[in-house]
Design a protein around this ligand. Structure first.
Ligand code: PEP
Ligand code: MG
Length: 754
């Protein structure tokens, strides 16, 4: 019934005029219902606005009795209007009164209208109202009419979400989001408590320019943007970013498929044809998708819709020129970054003085972004599925990295309680600080050397605050990840010199570049691989590209001239690889000596034991090295064939299992037999219960996140190592899935501070 002469574009133009008027939202809505009724030749046009408590209130109507406005109310799910809101679907009925959900509201006088067309008014995936047209005669509204009404609803959403109705829309969006079932799972990534404001890592794009001036122009913009989008996605897939977790490249593959999907593109073009700008068309189609997503039971399909949502966001960014991540925007002083996922370099892009916490929907404890969060001392939560749909930028939020809890828009009481908890946490830290200068030795005199892991210059003060013995792992790749291009020799030398200076004579173990899997360099194009974690990475890349490795070794040796230097190689799989790496060091020593450079006073070379094959090479390897460090993050991942970054596997296998502990026990024993120092630098060492298990198997040196030093030292000082070993030895031979429960019980029984 859209009049042939007027049409949706004229309707949109009229609506734009109304929107531009300096009137209240109520006046605008009153005018809008009149315009729609006239344009669509409908006898009734009504707007229902969602109010808190999920009540739809008749806000404006042309055709229904005026006294029913603001009086007629329907709960979500109640009546036709309630069904539309609940299911976020449109209803097109020729005989509305015989529909099972029809509810008769006597005050409206609507009994005389038989046909009914209603659509949800949506904003950001939430239903904020319902728009209805009605006619007396029994008729079916055409598809074009439905389209037109949907487009109108989109413009209407803008009116409702602005002006004095803004708060209403906001409350409702929140309400609706809370109503939806979200399967939230939390995992703590980094200790600490923070209160702050939500910053979405990938900001939502806000569109204000909804109505097209020229449709051909908008179609052209859309086509160009889609072209750009496809190129961007191809680049992402072929380029270095695809070296991230396989999960991520799967997502990109799906996104690429959607980007070329004709159905999607046609729907976008159709939406522009109804008179919307290209960006408004993307949002409209996105709204439809979100509504479908809400109704979907199948998790796999919901995931795919999520991917499509990602794609729409990318397209919106291209069309509006909005920034890709929030790191380049003005951050609040207490930012809590909420992201679907991010790489470690992306976290490093933020101004760390303003970040109080980080929450990831994906990404577990041993993902590198979590390691970076811990290194930066930022409380973190992972596996917070569905959180992005619940939060809005600027929302208050509490992150409890101790328990894994997240509180969105907490009440004032909760904020107060958490303020107290933050103070308590600070007091606890102060107690640990009191242990700073006490030795880390068990009650039965088993000394344990505690070191910190670091990767940035700003980590070094922790070495002294924590009272750790030294830096047991310096992840050199972080400097490379933050740079725009390969750091030159001079900048590498400067960097390592600074680290040694700040360590003030305490030992530092520099690990050579460990790039690959989720640690990518933006300027290094790496080939796409099926299994990046098992691929051409780390020492493998270094040995194949010796120039890179040699430059780094040269920088380390030059920086450490006249001092003690320790260098460690990552991801060594056999003795031969170690020998090749060691030969590169010898070559560099020769090179520097020939040119009259000063050399380090002492040089110790070590390996990381993080690939299981090495466990059966220890009798050959240990005599050749000065020390070895168990990289439990990778070792456990490879022992169990379980991707350390895959949220679905997080928690499936326990490093405190007989299998993992026995493997590590073997390494510790071999070290003792060969008189070579064995330490551990995976994340395990920083957690008191896990560290207790490690001390139990005889490990006497560990390197950990700086905030772990205090708690781990408190644990050690309250432990009897012999007693624990006697308890653990038989359990290591058991078929148990994990010894976690037994260890906890031991700790409780013997008063070990965990
Ligand atoms: C490890 O694998 O345990 C380790 C310390 O190295 P990274 O976490 O940097 O891979
Ligand atoms: Mg590793």
């Amino acid at each position: 019934m859209v009049s042939a002469t007027l049409g949706p574009r004229v309707l949109l133009r009229r609506l734009r005029e109304v929107m531009a008027e300096p009137e209240t939202a109520q006046v605008k809505l009153d005018k809008i219902v009149m315009i729609i009724a006239a344009n669509m030749v409908a006898e009734v046009c009504s707007i229902y606005v969602m109010r808190p408590g999920n009540v739809l209130e008749l806000y404006a109507s042309e055709g229904l009795k005026p006294e029913s406005v603001h009086k007629s109310k329907l709960k979500t799910g109640e009546g036709l209007v309630g069904v539309i809101a609940e299911q976020a679907i449109g209803l097109n009925l020729s005989d509305a009164q015989n529909h099972p959900s029809f509810k008769y509201l006597p005050e409206t006088g609507e009994e005389i209208y038989q046909s009914f067309l209603g659509v949800p008014v949506m904003r950001g995936g939430a239903v904020i109202g319902v728009l209805v047209v009605q006619n007396r005669t029994k008729r079916n509204y055409s598809e074009e009419e439905e389209e037109a009404l949907q487009t109108t609803a989109m413009v209407l959403a803008e009116v409702i979400a602005s002006g004095e109705l803004q708060e209403v829309a906001r409350e409702v969006a929140i309400d609706v989001a809370h109503m939806r079932s979200h399967n939230l799972r939390f995992e703590t990534l980094a200790e600490g408590i923070a209160l702050g404001q939500v910053v979405l890592h990938e900001p939502r794009v806000e569109i204000h320019n909804l109505i097209a001036e020229s449709i051909p122009h908008e179609l052209k913009r859309l086509d160009t943007a889609i072209q750009q989008l496809r190129e961007q996605v191809d680049e992402l897939l072929d380029g270095s970013d695809a070296m991230r977790a396989t999960d991520y490249s799967d997502v990109l593959e799906t996104i690429r498929m959607f980007a070329h999907d004709k159905g999607w593109v046609n729907r976008l073009r159709d939406a522009v044809q109804t008179g919307l700008t290209a960006e408004a068309a993307v949002e409209r189609v996105q709204n439809d998708n979100r509504a479908r997503m809400m109704r979907m039971q199948d998790e796999y399909l919901r995931e795919r819709m999520h991917d499509l949502d990602d794609l729409s966001n990318r397209l919106l960014r291209i069309l509006t020129g909005a920034v890709a991540t929030a790191s380049r925007t003005d951050l609040p002083q207490n930012a809590i970054i909420v992201a679907r996922n991010m790489g470690p370099a992306e976290l490093l892009d933020y101004d760390r003085s303003k970040i109080r916490g980080v929450i990831l929907e994906e990404g577990g404890k041993t993902s590198h972004v979590a390691i970076v969060a811990r290194a930066l001392g930022i409380p973190g939560i992972g596996l917070a599925e569905g959180l992005i749909d619940l939060v809005d930028p600027g929302d208050n939020i509490i992150v409890d990295g101790g328990t894994g809890e997240v509180f969105v828009r907490p009440s004032q009481e909760l904020e107060r309680a958490y303020g107290e908890k933050v103070r308590f946490y600070a007091r606890k830290q102060a107690r640990y600080a009191a242990l700073r200068d006490l030795p880390a030795i068990t009650k039965d005199n088993f000394p344990v050397e505690l070191n910190i892991n670091a990767g940035l210059i700003v980590d070094l003060p922790h070495l002294h605050d924590s009272g750790a013995a030294g830096v047991g792992l310096y992840r050199t790749e972080l400097q490379f990840m933050m740079a725009q291009r390969f750091p030159r020799l001079s900048s590498q030398v400067r960097h390592y010199k600074q680290i040694l200076e700040q360590a003030q004579g305490k030992p530092v173990v520099f690990r050579t570049l460990d790039i690959g899997a989720d640690k990518t360099l933006p300027y290094l194009r790496q080939p796409r691989e099926e299994n990046p974690a098992l691929g051409w990475r780390s020492i493998r890349m270094a040995l194949d590209r010796p120039a890179l490795l040699r430059l780094q070794l040269r920088a380390m040796l030059m920086a450490g001239a006249g001092q003690s230097v320790k260098i460690m190689f990552p991801m060594i799989a056999d003795v031969d690889e170690y020998l090749q790496a060691k030969a590169a060091v010898d070559k560099e020593i020769d090179y520097l000596r020939k040119r009259g450079h000063d050399l380090p006073k002492t040089l110790k070379i070590g390996v990381m034991i993080e690939i299981p094959s090495l466990i059966w090479q220890l009798d050959h390897l240990l005599p050749l090295v000065d020390f070895a460090s168990i990289g439990s993050n990778d070792l456990v991942q490879f022992l169990f064939a379980s991707d350390r970054g895959n949220p679905k596997l997080a928690g499936r296998y326990d490093p405190l299992s007989p299998a993992a502990l026995s493997a590590m026990r073997l390494i510790v024993e071999k070290g003792r037999q060969h008189g070579k120092k064995v330490t551990l630098c995976g994340e395990l060492g920083g957690r008191p219960l896990e560290a207790m298990g490690l001390v139990g198997i005889g490990l006497s040196s560990m390197s950990m996140v700086p905030s772990g030093v205090g708690p781990v030292k408190a644990m050690i000082r309250s432990l009897d190592q012999q007693k624990l070993w006697a308890f653990m030895e038989p359990l290591l031979k058991s078929p148990l899935h994990s010894l976690r429960g037994d260890l906890l019980e031991f700790a409780n029984r013997h008063g070990v501070v965990i």
